[in-house]
Ligand binder design. Structure first.
Ligand code: GRF
Length: 193
């Protein structure tokens, strides 16, 4: 992706549904000197998402949209993104699937983080499935979003070793630490920095 005009940071929206620890890591990164992005908008489909607290804490605009009526909500969402001059979208623990039409409108401009080494374990319950299959490694992936779930072009991955006594919780925690590192790195990579 080419950086847009001048030295302005690329206006970014982060979509969340829950805790928002990846959102927090992206906000922190966006405030660093080297960041090509600024986080200007937080979108949540869940009014109770803990991550929404970061909007207040960091004085970032937020919008909650339930996305139950997909067409209607996505049109509203597109309007909000346009109004806020959003250029790229980072999905961070966002549990809704965006429509093909929406993705087309932001083609090549939506990134996602997924807690597995894709193409293995697309979808939900990644840690449980990795443990059940007695995998030696798991990890996380940042990828571009296309119309197929967790299948877009991979930007960056990080492997973690699964310990003998690993549980779903311990694995999730271990992987999350790496997620917080690779999402900013993937953004730098996308902008050839
Ligand atoms: C992360 O593991 C992310 O990869 C997955 O959902 C989790 C969200 O965590 N899609 P958080 O809300 O960023 O803390």
């Amino acid at each position: 992706m080419a950086l847009s005009t001048g030295h302005n940071r690329v206006r970014t929206a982060v979509f969340i549904s829950g805790t928002g620890s990846n959102l927090k890591s992206l906000i922190k990164f966006s405030k660093s000197k080297k960041s090509p992005i600024s986080v200007n908008l937080i979108i949540s489909n869940n009014p109770k998402a803990k991550g929404l607290d970061y909007a207040k804490k960091f004085k970032i605009k937020k919008k909650v949209l339930n996305l139950k009526n997909k067409n209607l909500s996505e049109n509203k969402l597109l309007y909000i993104l346009k109004k806020n001059n959003i250029e790229i979208i980072c999905l961070a623990g966002f549990m809704k699937i965006l429509s093909k039409n929406f993705i087309k409108k932001f083609k090549g401009k939506i990134l996602n983080i997924h807690p597995s080494i894709l193409p293995k374990y697309k979808g939900l319950n990644t840690h449980k499935r990795a443990l059940n299959n007695k995998e030696k490694y798991s990890g996380c992936t940042v990828h571009f979003v296309n119309s197929k779930l967790d299948s877009g072009k991979i930007i960056l991955q990080k492997k973690v070793k699964i310990a003998k006594n690993e549980t779903e919780t311990s694995l999730a925690k271990k992987i999350l630490v790496q997620e917080h590192k690779i999402y900013p790195k993937a953004i730098l990579k996308v902008f050839n920095l």
